[in-house]
Design a protein around this ligand. Structure first.
Ligand SMILES: [Zn+2]
Length: 469
């Protein structure tokens, strides 16, 4: 994520604070049921227990003029315990009309007391280890989700469609899912819109758009596993460009005519980061540029980052670098957000340096000149944001990127530092990781560099402006 506006300091704390302490929320269905949360204290009801999703097949029909969404979600999962009942995450602004499990009608409820939980009770329990398919028919007018820091996400309506971004909790605003970063899955999207509107999602268009009776369907497929917050299906008026990077990666860009954008550096950025961080994780790349002034930030939606407005060069580089750091190596818990934002921000500095502009060390010097008295710049420390409302504070980005640049200087050998980033990304490809994992990975790799534990303590965890590292 990268902001095109500042001052997101949280004012809407109640929604997060009110449910703190419910980390191990049981499903309302009682014994033998999967839990209603995945255990992240920042978002206790996010994700669910008892199963692991392999694939989402989403059939979405939407009409921009009304905002109406009618949909069928087919979710293929494996039970990790016997399931008398289980939950999916789905906001109650969308109404479920039918649920089946392996083709048999299942009982379901959307209890108001559980917020975003869709409780499903199969006709007979799902056995532990069994693969099963749950099909949910639902519809309504999606309502955007407001986050603890006051920003909006989810299905955000625009003048000509909807701009869809889901970090950290927007996905249940438009489809039922296991909304935890740790449950990665592949996707198919079949999005039907009025002819003339374009629908853009993750992955590749698997066939030419199909038009019938004034409606056109776009079929997208993503064959690599991603976290739910990185999925999207945005609709509107777009100018489409396709091609291949010099390195051979297919790209698809879609740009709202209201936001003319210079994406000319995109192929070179993707290829450059691939040479530094390791092979590009996905089977295609690109960008989606919308005109969504209400949103105020860009997001690293997998394969194809989404921009609420025309991006500048650094923002484009930041979101593309996330394809490695965030989309391939993903946070295990939201408090690990530095592994996403610190790394993507530093990568944008490194692109700038590589292309003969401001160097990463010059960025470091500029930001390090910020006085210690500017506590909002230096806090919270990036290794522990402390609260869901502070996930995307400036310090996570700028102090977070400075941490990597200071580490580069401390290691004192560019090839060794870049090798660290390459091997970290490769070791956790399509996986999840914690900040502590990166610290341990680095300390084990550089036994000859003294004081690394102290270095990480000062830069990642101590409040205030780092000194004496
Ligand atoms: Zn970011």
């Amino acid at each position: 994520m990268a902001r095109s506006w500042t001052s997101r300091v949280g004012t809407v704390l109640l929604s997060a604070g009110a449910i703190v302490g419910l980390t191990a929320v049981p499903s309302s269905a009682g014994g033998g049921a999967g839990s209603a949360g995945a255990g992240d204290p920042y978002f206790p009801l996010q994700g669910n227990g008892g199963y692991d999703v392999a694939h989402y097949d989403l059939t979405l029909a939407t009409t921009p003029a009304t905002g109406r969404l009618d949909a069928v979600a087919a979710i293929t999962a494996t039970a990790t315990q016997q399931l008398k009942a289980f939950d999916l995450d789905l906001r109650r602004t969308l109404t479920v009309s039918a649920v089946t499990v392996d083709g048999r009608p299942a009982a379901f409820a959307q209890p108001a007391s559980l917020g975003q939980e869709l409780v499903v009770t199969p006709a007979s329990p799902v056995r532990v280890g069994a693969q099963f398919t749950v099909v949910v028919r639902y519809g309504g007018v999606p309502v955007e989700v407001t986050d603890p820091d006051g920003s909006v996400e989810g299905w955000v309506r625009t003048a000509d469609g909807a701009f869809v971004v889901n970090e950290p909790q927007g996905s249940p605003g438009w489809y039922p899912c296991n909304d935890t970063p740790t449950d990665k899955a592949t996707y198919d999207f079949h999005v039907t819109v009025p002819t003339g509107v374009t629908a853009v999602a993750n992955g590749e268009l698997v066939r030419a758009p199909r038009t019938s009776g004034g409606r056109t369907t776009f079929d997208w497929h993503l064959g690599q596993p991603i976290s739910t917050y990185l999925s999207f299906a945005t609709t509107g008026q777009f100018q489409v460009t396709t091609g291949r990077t010099p390195g051979g990666i297919p790209y698809f860009t879609a740009v709202d005519p209201a936001q003319p954008s210079d994406l000319s550096q995109l192929p070179a950025m993707v290829d450059f980061f691939g040479t530094v961080f390791g092979r590009y994780p996905f089977s295609s790349t690109g960008a989606l540029v919308d005109d969504a002034p209400e949103v105020g930030y860009a997001l690293e939606t997998a394969t194809r980052p989404s921009f609420d407005s025309a991006p500048d060069e650094l923002t484009l580089a930041h979101e593309l670098a996330h394809q490695w750091f965030g989309d391939s190596v993903t946070v295990a818990r939201w408090r690990d957000i530095w592994l996403n934002e610190g790394f993507a921000e530093w990568s944008s500095w490194f692109w700038s340096e590589h292309s003969g502009q401001t160097s990463a060390q010059q960025f470091f010097k500029k930001y390090y000149a910020t006085p210690a008295s500017k506590t909002d710049f230096w806090n919270p420390p990036p290794g522990d944001p402390g609260d869901a409302a502070d996930l995307f504070d400036d310090s996570i980005y700028e102090r977070g990127a400075m941490t990597l640049q200071a580490l580069r200087v401390k290691i004192g050998d560019d090839a060794a530092f870049l090798g660290l980033l390459h091997d970290w990304q490769t070791a956790h490809r399509f996986g999840n990781a914690r900040v502590e994992d990166f610290v341990a990975f680095t300390v084990a790799r550089f036994p000859q560099v003294p004081g690394l534990q102290h270095f990480f303590q000062v830069w990642l965890y101590d409040p205030g402006k780092p000194a004496n590292w």
